[in-house]
Design a binder for this molecule. Sequence first.
Ligand code: MP5
Length: 205
Amino acid sequence: MKAATLIDRRPEAWHAATRHPFLDAVRDGALPATAFATWLLQDYLFVGDLLSFQALLLARAPRADQGVLAGGLVAVEAELGWFEAQAGRWGLALAGPRHPTAAAYRAFLHNLEQDTYAAALVALWALERAYLEAWRGAVPGDPAYREFVAHWMTPVFAAYVAGLEAAADRALAAGDAEGAAERAFHEVARLEHDFWAMSWTEEGR
Ligand code: MP5
């Protein structure tokens, strides 16, 4: 099985993970300020959790995958700085408790540390590919949010996602990890949807 087959098998779940009124509002400028602030804080917390997950994944990666995962680890640390700079520009504090949805995502990433390498790698590929497709749907973005769309629309990010997909294909070629990988993929799709819904529906929208 190829990693992309997982998307083909669950088109509805993938659609729900990558299309959302939040992203439509990024495109047309109708995004409520509270929705943006919720997303920025919770995604910052998520990216911090992702850094820990990626560091541990790199530690158990086969030689062939070390390059793409080490590059991703450096990028995610730089991304924390980017979030901090954006929060400063928007006058938003990156402080506050994790929303239960972000806490559930963190618990899922933590549990993957005990799962197979293939399942954890497929999860990383799926969540990055979800962001690539989600933000692509918001292109070019209202001027206020254009920098956010552009952040996930760079050729470097697309190449990273392609590199993760190639690594996931190699891991899945072993064959024995397919069930765990498929379960991890479904969970990523569900959590990605929940993350948009959390940002959109907080504060009574
Ligand atoms: C990503 C993200 C992509 N920032 N937030 C969620 C909820 N899912 C996926 O990770 P990255 O490091 O921003 O590319």
